[in-house]
Design a protein around this ligand. Structure first.
Ligand code: GDP
Length: 431
């Protein structure tokens, strides 16, 4: 029953795309289970550089079947664009991608509402990517969503579209003073999407479960990060789905008993896009240096990412709620050349009160100041190192200390964006 999950263990952008591409060598199925095209996963290998938003990052391995689960919200235009782009680059995935019939679609009113709502929040903006993800999940919960299966019978969809649009257009025009969405244009779009996507839509959970029953390896690809989880993240500065391990089971329709491995991907430092607390944030020159060195600008939005030291308090919480069986540490090379490196090992308030655990309330988290442990930096570069024994001693000590703090073995260390710039300490997937 070999399902392996790869989760972003911090606030997203940990380098999951690279790690999934690296691990997919040993996978039969790679499956996305949450989020939408607010995710931007970058993969660099001998075939080139790829930016994936919806299609699983295992697609570059020809033996993989790639599933988009019911937990994902899908903008059909973006999915079709990704399929076309891959084909133009000589990677034909026509028979290797299946979209769950139960996946909800991002419709034109979702995008419009997302933009209008964020603008109206002004200074209290939550930092949404404006791609309609939140409103699509809201409609899902409100039972007014449109799903991939609906594209297979659009005549049946038409009367529902009328009802859904009546409500959403009232909100767009009367609450936000925006421009209404035209029903006929939407219907025509649905017709075209249905024509092109019909061949890809299928019973993803059945396929995943059959593969698991046959002993095949299923790699579950997370999006965003667990500290952005709708339930467990820094609410309300969170995403609208569950990037935590429970989301993998719900978002793919497989039992949690299939999970053999749960891997948390941690970056060697912290980053966060948009608003919300980041206790170890560096507002100084060091932060600016890391941001520029690491090119910490969003793949999807281009926004500069906020940067901080590794936060072991947040990381422990991440490990607690997901039960990682292993961890991956990425971007170690970014810290090359620093005289010393800091790890946030605790929080304290301005009144001197020690906060032992990651607080559940955002106001309490905003009051947390980092307590740092300072460890020596390293002169020799870790960039492109492929064997553990070739790491500088101080870099290895840094990895060991993080491993100790999160109480989970670090089985893969990433030392550069390329698939081959990777140290495999222990195999994550049984061959
Ligand atoms: P994801 O959404 O978690 O897949 O992360 P992103 O793709 O948004 O951001 C990760 C970025 O870091 C991408 O540009 C990757 O190519 C790059 N990357 C991944 N691992 C490493 C690494 O170990 N070192 C360096 N320097 N870059 C890395």
């Amino acid at each position: 029953m070999p399902a392996y999950a790869v989760l972003g263990a911090q606030w997203g952008d940990e380098g999951k795309g690279k790690i999934v591409d690296f691990l997919a060598r040993d996978a039969n199925i790679v499956a996305r289970f949450a989020g939408g095209n607010n995710a931007g996963h970058t993969v660099v290998n001998d075939q080139g550089t790829f930016g994936f938003h919806l299609i699983p990052c295992g697609v570059l391995w020809p033996q993989t079947l790639n599933l988009i689960g019911n937990g994902v919200v899908v903008d059909p235009d973006i999915l079709l664009q990704e399929i076309d782009e891959l084909r133009e680059r000589g990677i034909d995935i026509a028979d290797r991608i299946i979209l769950s019939e139960r996946a909800h679609l991002i419709m034109p009113w979702h995008v419009r509402l997302d933009e209008l709502a964020e603008i109206s929040r002004g200074e209290r903006a939550i930092g949404t990517t404006g791609k309609g993800i939140g409103p699509a999940y809201s409609d899902k919960a409100a039972r007014t969503g449109v799903r991939a299966a609906d594209l297979l019978d659009i005549e049946a969809l038409l009367p529902r579209l009328d009802d859904i649009l009546e409500y959403n257009n009232a909100v767009i025009t009367k609450v936000f003073d925006g421009e209404a969405i035209d029903r006929d244009e939407v219907f025509e779009k649905c017709r075209q999407w249905g024509e092109r996507l019909a061949r890809y839509i299928g019973p993803v959970e059945k396929i995943a479960n059959q593969a698991l029953a046959a002993g095949q390896h299923v790699l579950l690809e997370g999006a965003q990060g667990v500290l952005l989880d709708l339930d467990h993240g820094t609410y309300p500065f969170v995403t609208s789905s569950n990037p935590t391990i429970g989301g993998a089971s719900v978002g793919m329709g497989i039992s949690p008993t299939h999970l053999t491995g749960i891997t948390g991907v941690f970056k060697a430092y912290s980053t966060r896009v948009g608003s919300g607390p980041l206790p170890s944030e560096l507002m100084d020159e060091t932060g600016e240096t890391i941001r520029n060195l690491a090119q910490e600008f969003g793949t999807t939005t281009g926004r500069p990412r906020r940067v901080g030291w590794f936060d072991a308090v947040a990381a422990k919480y991440s490990a607690l709620i997901n039960g990682y069986t292993s961890a991956v540490l990425t971007r170690l090379d970014v810290l090359d050349g620093f005289e010393s490196v800091k790890i946030c090992t605790g929080y304290v308030t301005d009144d001197g009160e020690e906060i032992p655990d990651f607080p559940g309330g955002v106001a309490a988290l905003e009051k947390c100041r980092p307590v740092y442990e300072v460890v020596p930096g390293w002169d020799e570069p870790t960039a492109s190192v492929r064997r553990l024994e070739d790491l500088p001693a101080e870099a290895r000590a840094y990895v060991d200390r993080i491993q100790e703090l999160i109480d989970c073995p670090i089985d893969v260390i990433s030392t550069g964006p390329h698939r081959d710039e990777t140290i495999l300490v222990r195999a994550l997937i049984d061959a």
